[in-house]
Write a protein that binds this ligand. Sequence first.
Ligand code: NAD
Length: 669
Amino acid sequence: MTTAEFKRQIAEGIPSELPAPKPYDQELNHAPKRKDILTRSEKKLAIKNALRYFPLNFHQVLATEFAMELAVFGRIYMYRFRPDYEIKARHLYDFPHRSKSAAAIMLMISNNLDNAVAQHPHELITYGGNGAVFQNWAQYRITMKYLSEMTDEQTLVIYSGHPLGLFPSHKDSPRLVVTNGMVIPNYSSQDHWEKFNALGVSQYGQMTAGSYMYIGPQGIVHGTTITILNAGRKISKNGEALRGKLFVSSGLGGMSGAQPKAASIAGVVSVIAEINPKAIQTRYTQGWVDEVYSDLDKLIIRVKQATSGKEVISIAYEGNIVDLWERFADENIYVDIGSDQTSLHNPWSGGYYPAGMSFGESNRLMSADPETFREAVRSSLKRQVDAINIHTGRGTYFFDYGNAFLLEASRAGADVIKPDGEFRYPSYVQDIMGPMCFDYGFGPFRWVCCSNDPADLELTDRISAGILNELIVKSPPQIKQQMADNLHWIKEAGKNNLVVGSQARILYADAEGRVAIAVAFNKAIADGIISAPVVLGRDHHDVSGTDSPFRETSDIYDGSKFTADMAVHNVIGDSFRGATWVSLHNGGGVGWGEVINGGFGIVLDGTSETEEKIRMMLHWDVNNGIARRSWARNDGAMFALRREMERTPGLKVTVPYIAEDDMIEKAIK
Ligand SMILES: NC(=O)c1ccc[n+]([C@@H]2O[C@H](COP(=O)([O-])OP(=O)(O)OC[C@H]3O[C@@H](n4cnc5c(N)ncnc54)[C@H](O)[C@@H]3O)[C@@H](O)[C@H]2O)c1
């Protein structure tokens, strides 16, 4: 298709002629059939809702078709309206536009829906099984049309994928404001999501799916590498290296699939259980998994050989994680580090496959007999925890990987609760990411080169490495290790060939580092060294953007971890300090109703106005969370905040007085 025809189709929005129906592409990975949750009258409402996007002369045909989609797939995706052009990141000027910022947003949306990037592209799901960019293809088409015609004096408003419209606004306000899955708190259960989503009125935007900030697997490879490296430091008794240590976990899916690659970058032996042969095949052909075993006897022999030979190797076990933990316990295989990355944020619809049942049987049972399936999941979780408890009794360091494993296991009645009511095991944020990274402001900093040119990406790698090199020299000992890990990462990033989709990169930096790198990029764009604008953003797995009591904020101990003021303030504060777009989500990572998180995007165009926005917005985007963590009495955050106040005029944050525990003990008696 020519660029002109591509532009014409985008600008057209909903086509004036009804397009031909699209065949169901068997080659692609599709979302599982969703639960049949609507009553008969609600089904009529869902169809009526869907028809709102179309002129009356389409209704006769579409009403029958949408009724069929609802019956067969549990959702109305409007497959017929999937565009004929290839959806992928392109040079920003290839998108029809009147506003550069709007073109950059189109690039980011397109990347999230690219067949090579998205998990279920035809159902508009980017990752995590249910992380939606839009609910249906009409929303996609209308949004792209609005973006193609909007000016820098309008703001596009998106409610859970639905483009509410373009509204007049100021040139310095965000061009786009997105919310996903925001509901009245009492209506936030898993079944509420199923129902509202089936009605076409809400969606689960995960974190970077519905905020258009997904950059393929490298984001997660980076985060997982940092986690495994730091977990290794935690268990290292005499500063010994990670070589020869064994890491066991589950999942080779969207994010979990990064585990073997990251484990190898960190230098350990890893065994990851995965029940779905297709998921294993993807990671194996990609070269992220070195060897695959379905026979536990052979696997055990290989693991003993790999650990004693201190090999760096990643092994997939094709089977259930429960069987792996149990058998390793029986065989006395010592596991140094253990975790789990089944999708327990979505336990009843394909996120977790119970032991004792084949993959196919589980898939059938979850929609045919949901209650029996739920019971199987619960008893499998109990077995899994019993086996893990045997290992940790022998010394294994086990942590929850933010997938709601401990939460769902506890709900299933598994032995994961200590007498004081807390979980027996820490979350990776409580033990690793929180005290080592977030409290100091270290978090995800990602960028996408809008020229779509690898040469620009290489330049940005070099610029950011140069900045980190300068900053590390004067950084205090508390943050030197994080600086060094990220400097090493960015120097090697190009060689690791992690780009899938847009020309994107990620590293972790603190507020000072993020601002310095962004300003340097902006200057390089102004000087014509970088050939086109750069989009800057982050995932929501960060210092300030996310309130998630069992993950990002699990290391907040002042009782406020179930509040969500920080995440909401973050988005509001980013929006008036210069973000090009902001998004606020219910759900993401650990499940609907379990987390509130927000994100942003900012388009760097080389202007001095943008430099001012960078300084304002990134400073707030990190220090909001540090201030909250400091108020919660987290040591690292109190240190980072003191440092920040010394160098930032105008920053005055309320700091806590720390009361003596003994004195309170006496007072309460
Ligand atoms: N990687 C990270 O840094 C990170 C951070 C936070 C949260 N998470 C969470 O990790 C989870 C996984 O994310 P994802 O994108 O990979 O999801 P996914 O659904 O793509 O992958 C999960 C995989 O687990 C497999 N699986 C399920 N039950 C199994 C079992 N009993 N035994 C063996 N394999 C089993 C599934 O077949 C699937 O391939 C999510 O809940 C996500 O929110 C990951």
